[in-house]
Design a protein around this ligand. Structure first.
Ligand code: DP6
Length: 387
């Protein structure tokens, strides 16, 4: 019988970064990590999977382009979910699959696209085969950070200690509505593909960075505990400091890697300076930044402070005269910048930011029931093909 299932999955942004594996095949991390799941209203992966006795082979389309399905990580996820289906006594026929997936945000630009992508693949496969229970150990085998995108709100991926990875799973610390005033602004510096992948960079760090060993042993365990407490009591000051320090340390590890893995750009550093100077001018912490393996910044800001911070960003990082800087946004009150702030923060040269996105913490993946949402036509071909 032909069946089609379509699901969406969110992006997640780590505030305590995962960097370094102790097992490359099973994707077992050196340290635990903590992330926030972002709302799927602004950023999401959508995946449709159809199984049919008429299909001759498994096929995959990513963002409208057909890609080979023999990638070892995709194969590992497929094998693991079919095994789980069998263990749970779910019927499994030998039908081939057509998989079609698209992101509504730049792929591989340090915006956690592989996390949302693998989370969506595994979640949709689980729905297709009727697999029940936690599948974060399977998503982890696609891309480590993907296991955290299977849950909403504030999520911890525990390092685990079993050699088969059975306890290296994601769990929810707090639901999406735990801290409703905590908002997120993403500053997209570049939407080009990054030069060193996370996978390659972290492998090189494990081989060559002494600082990574120190971070894993002495810094991460204490920071996991401290940030969990800050989240529990919604202490923005503490949350912000730990988040920024962890991001800085992760990039220091990348620099300590030999040869170094450079992910932040001059624009990223200008954003870091702006945040510290703005916090100092306000006399209290208003903004926190974190950077993944790319130049784009993710800022955490409390809701009441968002209008002024957004206006400041547009003032300090103005668009090119020919383009209107896009601020893709959930509803936001307008703000008028006080003159003294304007004069103490002179604008940078125009065009350093491509666009900004204002979003919030959201829930985990979900299945879409409206047949219009399917990315595949009834004959199993994609609705959209990239030109
Ligand atoms: C900097 O999960 O992309 O975003 O497991 O090799 O696929 P692989 O790596 P990936 O690494 C993410 C690294 C990070 C930090 C984080 O998300 O925790």
């Amino acid at each position: 019988m032909t069946i089609i299932v379509t699901c969406i999955a969110p992006v997640n942004i780590a505030v305590i970064k995962y960097w370094g594996k102790r097992d490359e095949d099973l994707i077992l991390p050196l340290n635990s990590s903590i992330s926030t799941t972002l709302s799927t209203k602004q950023m999401r992966t959508t995946t449709s999977i159809m199984k049919s006795p008429d299909f001759k082979s498994d096929r995959l389309w990513l963002n409208g382009k057909e890609e080979p399905l023999n990638h070892p990580r995709i194969q590992r996820c497929l094998k693991a979910i079919r095994e789980r289906a069998r263990e749970q006594g779910k019927f499994e026929d030998k039908c081939k699959l057509h998989i079609c997936s698209e992101n509504n945000f730049p792929t591989a630009a340090g915006l956690a696209s592989s996390a949302a992508g693998y989370a969506c693949l595994v979640y949709t496969l689980a729905k297709l085969y009727g697999v029940e229970g936690d599948v974060s150990d399977i998503a982890r085998q696609g891309s480590g950070s993907a296991c955290r995108s299977l849950l909403g709100g504030f999520v911890q991926w525990s390092r685990g200690s079993n050699s088969n990875g059975s306890d290296s799973v994601a769990s929810q610390l707090y639901q999406a509505d735990h801290w409703p005033s905590l908002k997120v602004i993403i500053l997209v510096v570049s939407d080009h593909k990054k030069k060193v992948s996370s996978t390659g960079g972290m492998q090189r760090s494990v081989e060559t960075s002494e600082l990574l060993k120190y971070r894993v042993k002495h810094c991460v365990p204490a920071n996991i505990e401290a940030i969990s407490l800050a989240l529990k009591v919604r202490d923005f000051d503490k949350f912000a400091e730990i988040t920024m320090r962890d991001s800085n340390q992760f990039h220091a590890v990348a620099m300590d890697t030999y040869p170094p893995a450079v992910y932040m750009s001059d624009v990223s550093h200008a954003i870091v300076n702006f945040v510290h100077e703005y916090n100092a001018a306000c006399g209290t912490t208003k903004v926190a930044y974190t950077f993944d393996a790319g130049p784009n910044a993710v800022l955490y800001v409390q809701e009441d402070d968002v209008p002024l911070v957004a206006a400041m960003i547009q003032h300090v990082f103005p668009p090119l005269p020919t383009t209107k800087q896009q601020f893709i946004s959930i509803p936001m009150k307008p703000a008028v910048l006080p003159e003294d702030l304007k004069t103490s923060f002179p604008p940078h040269e125009p065009g350093m930011l491509k666009y900004c996105m204002y979003t919030e913490i959201g829930s985990g993946p979900s299945q879409l029931t409206d047949p219009d949402c399917h990315l595949l036509l009834p004959d199993g071909n994609p609705k959209k093909i990239a030109s």
